[in-house]
Design a protein around this ligand. Structure first.
Ligand SMILES: [Ca+2]
Ligand SMILES: [Ca+2]
Length: 248
């Protein structure tokens, strides 16, 4: 996989901005943005546009989706018996078709969100062929395993995502633009899946991809987007809208 250099990106973006070209996202988050039809352009910027499209694609793949997609979180067992058994064979039986045949990575967290390292348990098994097991017998008595959930990274060919509608619940006129998943779930009950696989955010006016605005914010599928005015050089966030990618 080839990533373009920062120098190339900077030069290209600089040319684009000088010619007042605005880039728009295509909506699926995986394809390059296209140019708004009412913006000025020059031959230089058009050449730059194609470069930028490829840069965007490469940056997106390299920085945001390095190995495909993550499944939702799975939690089929609790540690009340011999331990917390979240094995791939059991999970596949309970959730047919939800996990790819050859996961590329596995992540385990406690139900409260702690990493394995932070939880401090002795883990018996954690790999992409058998899954995850924490045995109570491996913990110093009388400690038991914590309750874990797991998810798996799968190849791109497995990544089927269905997008929710766009949400824009807030404007940055107060402390910032709060499009947090918690707030959106509260205000739109039952509309957003339990474990979104991805998120896309764009500005509400020009549909610019959030990652291209240069602003600082929290931005992930587990928390949504939270942009605080105090974190911006300009002192004001742009107005964003968000949508979430869910398992189909
Ligand atoms: Ca569990
Ligand atoms: Ca907003």
């Amino acid at each position: 996989m080839v990533c373009f250099s920062v120098v190339t990106v900077t030069a290209c973006v600089s040319k684009s901005l000088s010619s007042r070209t605005v880039f728009r996202g295509t909506g699926d988050g995986l394809n390059p943005p296209h140019r708004s039809s009412h913006n000025h352009s020059t031959e230089k910027s058009r050449g730059c546009l194609s470069i930028f499209a490829e840069v965007y694609r490469s940056l997106f793949i390299c920085n945001h989706d390095p190995i495909g997609c993550w499944t939702g979180w799975f939690d089929r067992d609790d540690p009340s018996g011999t331990g917390d058994w979240e094995t791939l064979s059991d999970l596949r039986n309970e959730y047919p078709g939800k996990i790819c045949s050859k996961p590329l990575a596995i992540e385990a967290r406690t139900l409260s969100g702690l990493t394995v390292a932070a939880a401090g348990d002795v883990i018996y098994l954690r790999d992409t062929t058998k899954g995850f097991v924490c045995r109570n017998q491996d913990q110093p008595r009388p400690k038991m395993c914590k309750d874990y959930r797991v998810r798996f990274s799968c190849p791109r060919s497995f990544c089927k995502v269905c997008w929710t509608q766009w949400y824009n619940r807030d404007a940055p006129s107060g402390t910032g633009d709060w499009e947090s998943l918690t707030n959106l779930r509260t205000e739109n009950p039952g509309q957003i899946c339990d474990s979104p696989m991805s998120i896309e955010a764009v500005t509400s006016d020009t549909l610019t991809q959030a990652v291209s605005t240069g602003q600082t914010f929290i931005y992930n599928q587990n928390e949504g987007l939270v942009c605080r005015n105090t974190d911006q050089e300009s002192g004001l966030c742009l107005d964003y809208k968000v949508r979430f990618g869910c398992p189909c």
